[in-house]
Design a protein around this ligand. Sequence first.
Ligand code: F6R
Length: 613
Amino acid sequence: MCGIVGYIGSKRAYPILIKGLSRLEYRGYDSAGVALLEDGKLNVFKRQGKVLDLTNFVADNPTSGTVGIGHTRWATHGLPNDINAHPHTSGDGSITLVHNGIIENYDILKKELIKRGHTFKSETDTEVLVHLIEDIKEKSGVSLAEAVRIALNEVHGAYAIVVISPEEPNKIIAAKKSSPLVIGMGEDEYYLASDATPIVEYTKNVVYLEDEQIAIIDRENGLRIISISNKEVSPYVQELEMQLEELEKGGYEHFMLKEIYEQPRAIHDSFRGRLNAKEGWVSLGGIKDYEDQIAKANRIIIIACGTSWHAALVAEYYFEDLARIPVEVEYASEFRYRNPIIRKDDVVIAISQSGETADTLAALKMAKERGATLLGIVNVVGSTISRVTDAGSYTHAGPEIGVASTKAFTTQLVLLAMMALSIGHKRGTIEDEKFQTLLDELEALPEKIEKLLKSDDYIREVSTIYKDAQNALYLGRGSSFPIALEGALKLKEISYIHAEGYPAAEMKHGPIALIDENMPVFVIATHGENYEKVVSNIQEVKARKGKLIAIVSKGDTMVREIADHVIEIPISDEFVVPILATIPFQLISYHIAVMRECNVDQPRNLAKSVTVE
Ligand code: F6R
């Protein structure tokens, strides 16, 4: 969602801001803008469309200032157009700001400001905030920072803001609540951004602003942080682990393809120091101190959204089967608006790639208020969810830039598998032999995925046949059912083909009515407990002339006779099949989306990090 950048220092701000905005493009946006302070003047440029449209628009205009802010907007209040794009400027042109989040009481504030003579140009909630700051500054004659502080005490909702003014040209004021903001500390220069990706090429030293904190950055006096209740806070400087190369396509046509191919390495990184099959152990350092509590938990509640929710559904099988602890999987967005029963001996696990998803964060906060122990399975190091949970483990997938989640999902699965194994072992609910087999199966995954990726040419050929489909069904049973959901989500989000995932046996209770010769049905039919049942389910598809594309275990003969196409995965225990079966589905959606000329890395209307509810 919206991306924010800012710079103050001795360099020209404009190229830094534009590069920063390009780095944030992956978050999803529909317009972009920058504001620069130049010779006591404020120059604001904003445009609907891509960052490239903005740079074309700016063209030869003056851009030599060394203080500036920038924004990519994902429309919430008001259409994506030039006027609603950020930065937004006060009525007298003396203050401008960029904002990520939603000011919930904007309507009441706007009405009051209108009564006091303010006029508005845009339909946004953000413009209300800048007018409010102007109003306070004018009335009370306070500094910009103080006006921002007072204004933030009046607003409800979520915000990450960066504010500049030609009246205080050597300052940047920033603040955050519920939306992320990172400050990069260079030598006598400061970078601000919604996440670390625009900052990492300049400095590795960063400060993550906490909720209700205001950063006052002064060219002379450096960084000072206060709370919105006006208490001094000492900045906590951390070092980024991110590498710049991780943010480049590295020769691949799209980030998504690169990230699919990175999975063997990403999974390997997830194992590092945590799993050793030869020595027969698995241990997650991040949750070590909480292992007893998890082992004794009355129940595990897993909250997540989208693809991360699918990982939670697989984890339900893992924890219930291996650790014999009851699990409930909840959409964070629904959980937070029910009145759920949460007890002190419940463990709540949040799964999130970005660590910033607003619904997941809000659900976590509610669980915390009700006394549950909170754990996080998060990819982005230092993200909000990783900080608000009691403990957790990073997936170590590295930055995921493609909007469609790929390597983040499979590393979530391996992490949850490790967690369930380790807790099950502790509780004595897994026999030693099975424990060892499953450790071996996990450790063999990177190599098996490497092999599977070698079928990519064949998978592309199969994809060609179905690229013009209007609908698709995905079927699976047991722990492969969530993979059917994930396969369907991947296809719809990047190729815009309508797709549904179903438990294979549920098909006859409704969706079978859709099947005809135009309906591709993707099914996971690997060897395991449900194999024969799935074979019967796919016979039902074939009898209705559906086109069958089956993921099967290597060497399978029975499904090969029925299906139109089979994609083999290496013979494996059912425990790791969800992880392996995910790969062909990722490749199918990728190839179909490319063939349909869709924007694979930035699908329409989607945002990588959903920071509004
Ligand atoms: C789909 C996808 C989304 C995210 C969802 C949650 O490919 O990426 O469905 O999984 O928005 O995001 P995180 O995991 O960052 O909380």
